[in-house]
Design a binder for this molecule. Structure first.
Ligand code: G3P
Ligand code: CA
Length: 384
């Protein structure tokens, strides 16, 4: 197999990482909440609530994690643009969802790299393909990016081969440039991928990430950036290196963060999303990025059930919520919002946004930020 997807009140203005609106704050959460509210962001740039985060760029319209996908997201008006980071053999951070680049580049068409195809176990799962950590940056830059899911997003294949794999440094330079041109900062949402795996290879992600953030002035608590990881240990390490706001990603309730698995820590996501677990997260992070299903579970029929208490509990702990990922295509939407029988056709994404925004989330990851922005504007208008 190749490495694929992780299965995965009122108008408010968010100052930086968070304005918690009417969220009730407990005394014990007050310090964390204050940090989340101001977090050094009190005098920093503003984000709307709910913020629309372009997942891997405007990945519903362009091959993901390309400068084309990031530029389109920005041009569409996305509030925040996401990068996933993995390293090259010589330690450069590049933007890919996986270190296995088989599905998102033309590496298989390069005979000079045929011998690099191999099988590796990443976070307990075996994958066969080509991996970024086996390529120098110079070698990786000879490849071209392509659409991950061409059967679903045929139109995006028009852009196959148009862009290279971007380095994170290149993205920072682009964001600086666009920020100056527009007169307001370009917000980024940056994820460390498989941090324990890479550290064992001598390719720790957090130190080079912190160095780049520092070089581009994005290391402070009021910087227009969120740092995210599915491994709480990576977020804790980043907290020691930079003050920029941090978000702990949460997969399904039964799953266990990989660094917990490696450390023999039996806790699962279900433990992390208890009020006590959230208070613990608030000691080193300003937000959580849960799956949408942790916010509103889906029943066996794929339809939305009743919202959980996660939004209330996270806000009470002083944490913002940036759930992932809403996509317009029927196959990704809750059954309530599918239209017709074509899994690749768009369903009623606006209906889905209404349901999720009604829970009080602070932002949302989406592959189609243009749809998300209209939905967010509808939500704010409805709230008066
Ligand atoms: O980082 C938020 C969301 O992107 C998490 O899922 O697997 O797409 O990185 P993934
Ligand atoms: Ca991500």
């Amino acid at each position: 197999m190749t490495q694929g997807e992780r299965r995965g009140p009122g108008r408010r203005t968010m100052i930086g990482a968070a304005v918690l609106g009417s969220a009730a704050l407990t005394a014990t959460a007050a310090a964390g909440a204050a940090q989340a509210r101001t977090g050094g962001h009190g005098h920093g740039p503003r984000l709307p609530v709910p913020a629309v985060i372009a997942h891997r760029g405007a990945s519903g319209h362009r091959p993901e994690h390309t400068l084309g996908a990031y530029q389109l997201a920005l041009d569409l008006g996305a509030d925040v643009i996401e990068q996933d980071l993995v390293p090259t053999r010589d330690g450069h951070l590049v933007c890919r969802h996986e270190n296995d680049i088989t599905g998102t580049t033309d590496v298989a068409d390069h005979p000079e790299f045929a011998s690099r195809r191999t099988t590796k176990t990443v976070d307990g799962t075996a994958y066969t393909g080509w991996f970024t950590e086996d390529f120098t940056l110079a070698e990786l830059r000879t490849l071209r990016a392509k659409e991950r899911i061409p059967a679903v997003r045929q139109e995006n294949t028009l852009y196959d081969g148009r862009w290279a794999v971007p380095t994170f440094e290149e993205v920072l330079r682009w964001a600086d440039r666009e920020g100056r041109r527009r007169g307001r900062p370009v917000w980024l949402h940056v994820e460390t991928k498989h941090p324990s795996y890479f550290r064992k290879l001598g390719l720790g992600l957090e130190e080079p990430l912190a160095a780049l953030l520092r070089r581009h002035g994005r290391h402070r608590a009021d910087a227009p950036v969120f740092l995210q990881s599915f491994e709480p240990g990576s977020i804790r390490r980043l907290a020691r290196l930079v003050a920029a706001p941090r978000v702990v990603l949460l997969s399904d309730a039964k799953s266990r963060p990989w660094d917990f698995t490696e450390a023999g820590d039996p806790r699962t996501v279900a433990d992390l999303i208890t009020p006590a677990g959230l208070k613990e997260i608030a000691r080193y992070a300003q937000g959580i990025g849960p799956t949408l299903d942790l916010v509103i579970p889906r029943g066996a029929d794929g339809r939305l059930g009743r919202p959980t208490t996660l939004v209330r509990d996270a806000h009470a702990a002083g944490l913002v919520l940036h759930p992932y990922t809403l996509r317009n295509e029927n196959s990704f939407l809750p059954a309530d919002f599918r239209r017709g029988t074509d899994p690749n056709a768009y369903g009623d994404a606006f209906g889905a946004y209404r349901a999720y925004f009604a829970t009080g989330i602070d932002g949302i990851f989406t592959d189609q930020p243009d749809t998300g922005l209209l939905a967010a504007a509808d939500h704010r208008a409805a709230q008066g």
